[in-house]
Ligand binder design. Structure first.
Ligand code: 2BA
Length: 108
């Protein structure tokens, strides 16, 4: 068994989850925050049989879009201790996916 951990953008999360549920996968949705942008994203956990991992990844691929986000994380220091926000274009990927081996799966 594998645990698929997928970090997706909030806008794509519902479509991914709905399609996974329609295909009879079990899903847990976690609200998460990206370390770089400090913006909300969604982490999806799905425990699946080894031979179904590719099917889960396909659903994620089909529902997650890459987007350009403009952020003002960078600031420029001006004389007199003033800071002005400097717009920065960041390409946020469709999804970041990790596939982990599961040693044991117990339901109590
Ligand atoms: P964030 O950390 O908020 O990163 C958002 C986007 O900012 C990233 O998109 C990337 O394009 C850019 N970025 C991140 N760190 C950067 C840096 N040091 N310099 C310049 N640009 C940077 P993605 O790579 O698609 O990542 C989207 C979200 O997925 C991340 O949000 C983070 O929450 C998660 N993530 C990505 N890679 C990860 C990893 N190796 N481990 C854990 N979480 C990861």
């Amino acid at each position: 068994m594998k645990l698929v951990v997928a970090i997706v953008q909030d806008q794509d999360a519902n479509n991914v989850i709905e399609e996974l549920m329609e295909k009879d996968f079990r899903v847990t949705k976690l609200a998460s925050t990206g370390g770089f942008l400090k913006a909300g994203n969604t982490t999806i956990l799905s425990g699946v049989e080894d031979h179904k991992v590719d099917e889960v990844i396909k659903v994620i691929e089909e529902n997650c879009k890459t987007r350009e986000i403009t952020t003002s994380l960078l600031t420029v220091t001006m004389p007199g201790d003033t800071y002005i926000p400097y717009p920065l274009e960041v390409k946020v990927g469709g999804a970041t996916v990790f596939v982990l081996d599961i040693e044991k799966h117990i339901k109590i």
